[in-house]
Design a protein around this ligand. Structure first.
Ligand SMILES: Nc1nc2c(ncn2[C@@H]2O[C@H](COP(=O)(O)OP(=O)(O)OP(=O)(O)O)[C@@H](O)[C@H]2O)c(=O)[nH]1
Length: 345
């Protein structure tokens, strides 16, 4: 007897540069999936060796939602071989939709390409790419990352292939900046909607209506959403295999994890991080703060820092992501912060 073939599961890719609001968007997607009564699965990829975002997402996940994490590398390069195994684990739970959150330095096309590998191509179907970006810094990336042309190309590609472009951090945006940004984005992608918002607050109904209308059996007849053309063959000159060092370096992007030796003075840490702009692209981690109880999630991106009180976290660390970071110097200054705090107590 022939076994009935399961319909391919739609895959939504969440892309965007470091700190641009991908995880914020993923949390919204998960909420929206629950509202549409869809069982969702998540594949999360982080550059750092220690998980920060996955723990945040895990804390909000519902009973039927499942997650696989790939840390310490980019799934389009060093973690490529592990993607199929992780996807197979998610597929075994037969979710209605799979969300893949990429690292900020990944080219989404290469992940689409991976979905066509023999082990996956019958089981999943690429559905949509959502790209988030930071309204403050997008236009400056080209000059900031002059030293890393591959990175500039990747960030541009994230916009070019997006089905929806979500521009975050628009709260203090001036009209002149908005029209300049809009012009630049239209030039890169004239077919997809560009939404100016904050905290990835977007109407996701078009994405979910398309998913809920998907046939429950049989094959997809035609694209139901604004789907980009099939992925280009994997080109290493477009996104070179990231060379990994002991500190984990991707293209010229490096990660480094700082151990926490006690409570930190929040203002002093913020000053230290800002001093490494533009080389420090992102910092995130769990830390105690002097004079306050409990543990805080600290997020630094584009010179802005946010602190949020977090329950149920006991181990603390700070992950740094940057280009050409003077890692030893930062480690030394970091330790100095704790020494200063200790002498003041
Ligand atoms: N002020 C402001 N902050 C925002 C906005 N959107 C997101 N953030 C903050 O920016 C920081 C980074 O957001 P995330 O959603 O973690 O960004 P990400 O792209 O997942 O970051 P990585 O995974 O590290 O690349 C967090 O502190 C967010 O709360 C916004 O519209 N305005």
């Amino acid at each position: 007897m022939r076994r009935k073939r399961m319909p391919p599961i739609p895959v939504v890719i969440v892309s965007g540069f470091l700190g641009s609001g991908k995880t914020t968007l993923l949390l919204r997607l998960l909420q929206e999936a629950t509202r549409h009564n869809l069982q969702s699965a998540v594949l999360m990829n982080e550059l750092g060796t220690i998980d920060v975002d996955g723990r945040l997402v895990n804390a909000t996940m519902q009973e039927r939602q499942i997650m696989e994490k790939l840390l310490d590398g980019c799934i389009c390069c060093s973690k490529k071989s592990e993607v199929i195994g992780s996807m197979e684990k998610l597929l075994a739970q037969q979710p209605d939709v799979i969300f893949i959150e990429l690292t900020g330095v990944a080219n989404p096309e290469e992940v689409i390409d991976m979905l066509t590998e023999p082990q996956l191509k019958e089981k999943v179907r690429f559905h949509t790419i959502l790209t988030t970006l930071d309204s403050y810094y997008y236009l400056e990336y080209t000059s900031i990352f002059e030293i890393d042309r591959h990175l500039v190309r990747t960030v541009k590609r994230q916009v070019e292939v997006a089905d929806i472009i979500i521009v975050n951090k628009t709260e203090d945006m001036k009209e002149t900046h908005k029209s300049k940004l809009l012009k630049a984005l239209h030039k890169q992608n004239e077919r997809s909607p560009i939404i100016f918002t904050t905290y990835s607050e977007v109407d996701l109904s078009s994405v979910f209506e398309a998913i809920t209308q998907l046939p429950k059996a049989g094959k997809y007849k035609k694209p139901l959403f604004n789907i980009v053309s099939p992925a280009q063959p994997h080109k290493h000159d477009q996104h070179p295999a990231h060379t990994e060092t002991a500190e984990g370096s991707y293209s010229r992007v490096q990660t480094s994890t700082l151990p926490v030796h006690g409570a930190i003075q929040a203002k002093k840490l913020e000053k230290l991080l800002k001093a490494y702009h533009p080389y420090l692209l992102r910092a995130k981690g769990y830390l105690p703060i002097t004079g306050k109880d409990g543990m805080y999630l600290m997020q630094y991106a584009a010179k802005r820092t946010e602190w949020e009180k977090i329950e149920d976290i006991t181990d603390c660390y700070l992950v740094l992501i940057g280009i050409d970071l003077p890692v030893e110097e930062i480690h030394e200054k970091w330790h100095e912060l704790f020494r200063e705090t200790a002498t003041q107590q």
